[in-house]
Design a protein around this ligand. Structure first.
Ligand SMILES: [Zn+2]
Length: 344
């Protein structure tokens, strides 16, 4: 089969790799119907040291089951399924607590001999705990939105949930990437009436407004903080959803959060330390967030996607075949595409 392999910064190739086969009785084989490129794939795309062997890449996909191991209950050949961006057994204590990202028998895609999602097929370990069956046909118009259940939409939702967003909280979302826009959608879905979106790409913040943002702040840094404070009577918002991952974004978050409020982070941190000083202490700021246990949220979010109440798939603004994947990476890295959908 063919799959995406990254050889270093800016060097993504699509090439022949071994066909996946069932290795353990808990495995399933999934033929990928849709996959996509994640903002977090841009971190290795921007900085990975050159490698002779390359590494598989991609962690968001949905597809049709081609085969299952003897211990995979509840799933059968022909089922359309979505995979969250971490695989997990569904039975350990962490999984039962809804923290599948800490599963004692789970792991990441595209590492340690596990297939990546940006290819024609994937061997799925712990298939019973990992995969979620989708009650639609494999040519459904809902596929883009259903694909976002693998990562971006649950990540935005997790950010809002950890921040305690509800109809009484005012919200600032920092970042107009796909996760930031999904965080707007999630905050709106949880009932927030005031959602300030900080981002400077007008086409993206326009979509954010359609997703539920009530105000857009294009300014950054001290100017952006001042603008949000102006919009909130000088106080800032109860909840701040940080969807970028740079230290500057966290500094902005601490600047726009209201005293007693919550800063929730889902941007993969590209920094080593945080400015949590005496002033932050005196303001009783809660810092939370982290990697989203997407698997825990799919059951809750799926019905709203199926009946069209939310359309997170609108974050995809470019579609490519497998051969177009290298161009897709370039377009996202150059900020010419928000998020790229792949049809292998
Ligand atoms: Zn587990």
């Amino acid at each position: 089969m063919r799959a995406t392999v990254i050889y270093g910064a800016g060097d993504v190739r699509v090439e022949a790799v071994p066909d996946p086969v069932i290795q353990r009785p808990t495995d399933a084989l999934v033929r990928v119907v849709r996959a996509c490129i994640c903002g977090s794939d841009l971190w290795p795309y921007g900085s990975m040291p050159d490698s002779d062997t390359g590494e598989r890449i991609g962690h968001e996909f949905l597809g049709v089951i081609e085969d299952v191991g003897s211990e995979v209950g509840g799933l059968a050949r022909g089922d359309l399924v979505v995979a969250p961006f971490v695989w997990s057994d569904g039975t350990c204590d962490f999984c039962r607590e809804g923290l599948q990202t800490s599963c004692r028998h789970g792991g990441l895609w595209a590492s340690n001999g596990i297939d990546g999602g940006q290819g024609e097929a994937v061997r799925v370990p712990q298939a019973w705990g990992t995969l979620v069956k989708l009650p639609v046909a494999p040519d459904s118009a809902l596929l883009p939105s259903l694909l976002t259940l693998s990562d971006v939409f649950p990540t935005g939702h997790h950010c809002a949930v950890k921040a305690g967003v509800n109809p009484r909280t005012t919200v600032t979302v920092i970042g107009d990437g796909a996760v930031g826009l999904c965080a707007v959608l999630a905050a709106k879905r949880l009932g927030a009436e005031r959602i300030i979106l900080m981002g400077r790409h007008a086409d993206r913040t326009d979509l954010g407004v359609q997703f539920g943002a009530t105000d857009v702040v294009a300014e950054r840094g001290a100017e952006g903080i001042e603008r949000v404070r102006e919009l909130t009577g000088g106080d800032g918002t109860h909840a701040v959803l940080e969807c970028v991952g740079y230290r500057a974004a966290v500094e902005t978050a601490l600047g726009v959060v209201r005293d007693g409020g919550v800063v929730s982070r889902v941007g993969a941190p590209q920094y080593q330390d945080l400015p949590l000083d005496f002033g932050t202490f005196m303001r009783n700021i809660t810092l939370t967030g982290g990697v989203a246990p997407a698997r825990a949220y799919i059951g809750e979010l799926l019905p709203d996607v199926l009946d069209g109440r939310v359309e997170p798939g609108r974050v995809f603004d470019r579609a490519v075949g497998l051969d177009g994947v290298p161009d897709g990476y370039r377009a996202m890295a150059d900020r010419k595409a928000l998020k790229v959908l792949i049809t292998p």
